[in-house]
Unconditional design. Structure first.
Length: 174
């Protein structure tokens, strides 16, 4: 039985929700899955494959993601691995692939690790779930980018078919 580790860095919970979905799908395919926050990662040596998911907050991935990768790059590179990024900008068709998403491109430029599989997913926009500062910042960004600004908006932009296809590809990677 394949032992898979899924690590996540999530601010408002959508990346964790995506990872939960992935874990269930991999378990249905016969993988033994451990899911953990990147700050609570278990020893990597006991796993056959590793997947990392990270959300964007104020235009950046959490520094803990880069710290973890820098510490464990050698272990990551010898196993089937993947990385995905979750952001509201990925809701846009012109920015919803690893090649076109500015946050994925910034990640690849900043990280020495080059994951074997990459993907980007749209996040969840829930103004009521944010504190006042985040709500105002995100509403301003949405205004600039022609997105929804109504403070009662709650829209999930995650394409679950795309998530399923990515995790299936990851689960079958050699």
């Amino acid at each position: 039985m394949d032992k898979t580790l899924i690590l996540f860095s999530s601010v408002h919970g959508q990346t964790r929700k995506i990872c939960d979905f992935m874990a269930k799908r991999l378990e249905q395919q016969g993988h033994q899955v451990t899911l953990a926050a990147i700050t609570d990662a278990p020893e990597l040596g006991e796993f056959d494959r590793i997947l990392i998911g990270a959300s964007i907050r104020h235009g950046k991935h959490n520094p803990a993601v880069y710290d973890f990768i820098a510490q464990h790059q050698a272990q990551l590179e010898v196993k089937p691995n993947g990385f995905f990024s979750v952001s509201l900008v990925a809701r846009k068709p012109a920015k919803n692939t690893p090649d076109t998403n500015p946050y994925m491109q910034a990640f690849l430029a900043k990280s020495a690790w080059k994951p074997k599989l990459l993907e980007v997913f749209g996040g969840n926009l829930n103004y009521q779930g944010y504190d006042a500062m985040d709500r105002n910042i995100i509403r301003f960004i949405m205004w600039i980018t022609k997105g929804p600004t109504d403070p009662n908006t709650c829209v999930e932009y995650t394409n679950w078919d795309k998530v399923a296809a990515f995790v299936d590809q990851f689960g079958n990677a050699a």
